[in-house]
Design a protein around this ligand. Structure first.
Ligand SMILES: Cc1ncc(COP(=O)(O)O)c(C=O)c1O
Ligand SMILES: Nc1c(O)cccc1C(=O)C[C@H](N)C(=O)O
Length: 422
């Protein structure tokens, strides 16, 4: 496949125009939207307006005048269709980690409301290579409430998939899974998993960090109980942008969560000494929303207003398929062990490869302005963001990878020294 063919694909791409909504770093092929999405022009303008006019001129009256006080819900409702949720079930706040703590605690209250005994049903099932913060949050809750009330149980992903019924049992309280694995890009069959969990009375929390904005998600249709996700990857909300939490409507009247801050109160501005939770999704809020960061997310979501997630998915699959075809043509496929499923149905919007020199190759790519990333111990990840990744980008990435491998530049000492944070 030559560059003429890649340019032909770009010309025929119905999403191609969306790239113009983004600030694309100069001469750069950006394949790291699975870690930090690019800035949109709309966000740049909004942040200028929120600082210049709203905060700068209208000041404190902006809480009402510019709807700051309702922003978590406004952004939640805007995000809802992207993750297959009817409005009123999603709210933007905090980080995934904090939202997981709230979701885990709330999930136990769903079981309490059914009269389940914590001691009989205390297991939180997850996968051993889930993103660590997810596991850490369960460990933190376990420490708080005691191992007799909450116990983290880990399964190997492949073993779990091979026999759901063996792992999800009457002792399982909560199944807490990330739909798309951050290392391998493997996508779990969430509808099937949720069905099995519900069949044995367990509650499900889905982490959508690597799904939201990258592929169609159907939380309502799946009958998911809770979900969390971030907005800084495929939703392009910006570094440290606030996350989101989904609670299925059927649970909203009864669930409670322990981080009962005043923004989760039914009447925050009554300043009552006693907590009384809001009745809707606002009950998942804790403290004051981060308005600058949340405004950035709000504006970034406009990029999704005229596209369907099916279109996004179709392009994502094509980008990855072109990447794999070009890798094959380059003769490098044998050298890079693809740890992502080769069946596109089973993966998210990234490809990951194991290579003993993955770190150095990644650094050499970055020097040539192909932004990929490295994950320990030896994985090279390439993320495809259909809103701004072009087919030509994929061709350029492969061309530069080929140069690096042929000239063995990655063996130069400067690429070999690992930085503490990548
Ligand atoms: C699956 C997953 N969950 C959680 C996180 C992080 O969550 P937080 O928003 O708390 O930093 C990440 C990435 O940073 C992730 O990939
Ligand atoms: N959230 C991140 C951050 O604050 C700094 C650096 C990277 C990240 C990430 O998002 C990592 C990401 N979840 C991953 O898949 O590796």
């Amino acid at each position: 496949m030559n560059f003429a063919e890649l340019e032909r694909r770009d010309a025929a791409d119905p999403l191609a125009e969306l790239r113009n909504h983004f600030v694309i770093p100069k001469n750069t092929v950006y394949l790291d939207g699975n870690s930090l999405g690019l800035l949109t022009h709309a966000t740049q303008r909004r942040v200028a307006d929120v600082t210049g006019q709203q905060w700068g001129q209208d000041g404190i009256s902006s809480w009402n005048q510019h709807g700051w006080v309702h922003l978590p819900r406004t952004v939640g409702d805007k995000l809802a269709p992207i993750i297959g949720a009817q409005p009123g079930q999603v709210i933007c706040c905090d980080s995934i980690s904090v939202n997981l703590f709230k979701a885990l605690s709330a999930a136990f209250t769903v079981l309490d409301a059914r009269g389940e005994s914590r001691r009989a049903r205390k297991q939180v099932l997850s996968t051993a290579d889930n993103f660590p913060t997810d596991l850490y949050m369960v460990q933190g809750l376990q420490q708080l409430v005691g191992a007799e009330n909450c116990e983290l149980v880990l399964a190997e992903e492949a073993e779990l998939l091979a026999n759901l019924a063996h792992h999800i049992t009457a002792e399982t309280a909560i199944v807490m899974l990330t739909e798309v694995n951050f290392r391998s890009g493997r996508r779990l069959p969430m509808a099937e998993i949720i069905q099995q969990a519900h069949a044995v009375g367990a509650v499900v929390i889905v982490d959508l960090a690597h799904s939201a904005g990258a592929l169609p998600v159907e939380l309502d249709e799946w009958q998911a109980d809770f979900a969390v996700g971030c907005t800084y990857k495929y939703l392009n909300g910006g570094p440290g942008a606030p996350a989101f939490i989904y609670v299925a409507e059927r649970h909203l009247p009864t669930v409670t969560q322990p981080l009962s801050g005043w923004f989760g109160h039914a009447q925050p501005f009554a300043f009552d000494a006693t907590f009384a939770a809001a009745t809707g999704i606002e009950k998942m809020l804790s403290g004051t929303p981060s308005i600058l960061a949340m405004s950035a997310v709000d504006a970034a979501l406009d990029a999704f207003s005229d596209v369907s997630m099916e279109q996004v998915r179709e392009k994502s699959v094509q980008l990855a398929e072109v990447f794999l075809a070009l890798l094959d043509e380059s003769g490098l496929a044998g050298e890079f062990d693809c740890i992502s499923p080769l069946d596109s149905e089973q993966r998210g919007s990234q490809l990951s490869f194991a290579h003993p020199e993955a770190y150095a190759i990644c650094q050499a790519l970055i020097e040539r302005k192909v932004i990929a990333d490295f994950r320990a111990p030896n994985y090279l990840r390439f993320g495809f963001t259909p809103l701004y990744t072009s087919f030509k980008d994929v061709g350029l990435a492969l061309q530069r990878l080929q140069e690096i491998m042929q000239t063995r530049t990655y063996l130069e000492p400067r690429f070999q020294t690992r930085q503490a944070v990548t």
